[in-house]
Design a protein around this ligand. Sequence first.
Ligand code: ADP
Length: 167
Amino acid sequence: MQVAVYPGSFDPITYGHLDVIQRAARLFDRVVVAVAESESKQPLFPLEERRELAAGATSELPNVEVDAFTGLLIDYVLRRGSRVILRGLRAVSDFEFEFQLALTNRRINEQVETMFMMPRDTYTFLSSRIVKEICRLGGDVSPFVPPSVAAAMTRRLAGHHKATVLQ
Ligand code: ADP
């Protein structure tokens, strides 16, 4: 059984992530979307909510599971009986960081391979950071994230937006 682990902050999950997940679900027996704590990135959503939003967005894909993890990614991948780390590549700008990450993980464990997938062209510009910025400024995020995620973002950012408007 081939299990692929797709790690990330997923703060929150977007249609870009979902595009990668759908492609991977067609290639692997099982895809584990692994939501990382990413404390240093000061996420908008707590880990558990990021996990719940990702689980809701992938509930119709039977071979996709969403889990949260802390600690070293390689340890998690091995614990899950996987040898494949999946990452998404959008543009050249992603390359340098992903290259560094993939080779570092290879140095930690030679048995684990990192594989890259590109999303549909319409999603190559999409990032959680930009979607959060649009929402913060009161814009419509429905083209970029599933409805449940858009609702959660509006709830979480509503206070912030009001404060900005009143300034
Ligand atoms: P991280 O904090 O680990 O970069 P992200 O949630 O931002 O986590 O992204 C997880 C993975 O998904 C990364 O490999 C990232 O490049 C990829 N990714 C993010 N947005 C998209 C997108 N729109 N299309 C394809 N891949 C994406």
